[in-house]
Design a protein around this ligand. Structure first.
Ligand code: PEP
Ligand code: MN
Length: 329
């Protein structure tokens, strides 16, 4: 639409698109609104639309995904949750244990990460573990502990939903709903996450291409939830020196084709704590909008992912290095 198009003109265009048998989704930008046509199987004849008042141009979208595409929405999306803003330039650090193990553990780690500048507390209550015999998380009890962490520290909470049932509970307690790597192509779960009112932290699958990841994000957005934060967490390659291979090129790749913010999880990429700080530096240097970091006050006794969890003093060092690095960017 033109810069000065009115709301009535936008609505008229949406009605016309519906008459053509498709859906019209308004995508407000800083300067102008785009109306995205979805549901068409091939090229659309835009002659009718171009003749309408307020319409500037018709741009065929060349990507298979639309709503998450930068072609449709040239401005980068900025997501505000409480007083935290993701995608506005300042990297947002989310940190905490892999899993919530007890109230004492969560509150201890939350105090540490808050002290050093984290804005969001992470911790799984429903853990998708490779082995069915491994610690599966505290479930709803873990969510209640996270709620207490929010009340006592003011940190926002991000925690994972692993199925449609626990999604409801996670939506109730969390500020950000995490969808993990293993569920990246669980399309029914993605549709349900798209129907919630909470932002979604959407991790890349182990073997997903950038296009597959963005098509999956499209499932969430096509249900109406526009607040999606992508998270690169390492992919499977032939390289076995680390748990996964951090695809650092995913950050500029995503930025060039999508308007969504993207953060990096170096903990699950590396699988070992001594690589977390260098990978974090790399992530910030290539333009990541934030980091997701596993931290534990007693990693040797952590119930999951102790090997990759930073000691408190290492997290402090990471935060200092990130803040110095920002001066060079
Ligand atoms: C996690 O962040 O707790 C997690 C399980 O990560 P991923 O889905 O990336 O394996
Ligand atoms: Mn973990």
């Amino acid at each position: 639409m033109k810069n000065d198009a009115t709301e009535e003109q936008v609505q008229a265009v949406i009605k016309e698109i519906e008459k053509m048998g498709f859906r019209g989704v308004p995508m407000p930008g800083a300067l102008r609104t785009a109306v995205c046509i979805i549901g068409n199987k091939g090229p659309v004849d835009a002659t009718q639309l171009l003749a309408m008042e307020g319409v500037k141009e018709a741009i065929p979208v060349t990507k298979p995904y639309k709503l998450v595409s930068r072609e449709t929405h040239p401005d980068s999306t900025v997501i505000s949750i409480g007083d935290v803003t993701i995608g506005a330039g300042e990297p947002v650090i989310m940190a905490g244990p892999c899993a919530v193990e007890s109230e004492e553990q969560a509150l201890t780690i939350a105090a540490i990460v808050k002290k050093h500048g984290a804005k969001v507390f992470r911790g799984g209550a429903f853990k998708p573990r490779t082995s069915p015999y491994a610690f599966q998380g505290l479930g709803e009890k873990g969510l209640k502990i996270l709620d207490k962490v929010r009340r006592e520290t003011g940190l926002l909470i991000v925690t994972e939903a692993t199925d449609s049932e626990n999604l409801r509970a996670v939506e109730k307690y969390a500020d950000i709903i995490q969808i993990g790597a293993r569920n990246m192509q669980n399309y029914s779960l993605l549709r349900l996450a798209g129907q919630t009112k909470k932002p979604v932290l959407f991790k890349r699958g182990f073997a997903a291409t950038i296009d597959e990841w963005l098509m999956a994000a499209e499932y969430i957005m096509s249900e109406g939830n526009t607040r999606i934060i992508l998270c690169e967490r390492g992919i499977r390659t032939f390289s076995d020196n680390t748990r996964n291979t951090l695809d650092i090129s995913a950050i500029p790749s995503i930025k060039s084709v999508s308007h969504l913010p993207i953060i990096v999880d170096p903990s699950h990429a590396a699988g070992r704590r001594d690589y977390v700080i260098p990978l974090s530096r790399g992530a910030i240097a290539v333009g990541a909008d934030g980091l997701l970091i596993e931290v534990h006050h007693d990693p040797a006794h952590a119930l999951s992912d102790g090997m990759q969890s930073l000691y408190p003093h290492q997290f402090e060092q990471l935060m200092q290095e990130i803040s110095r690095l920002k001066n060079f960017l």
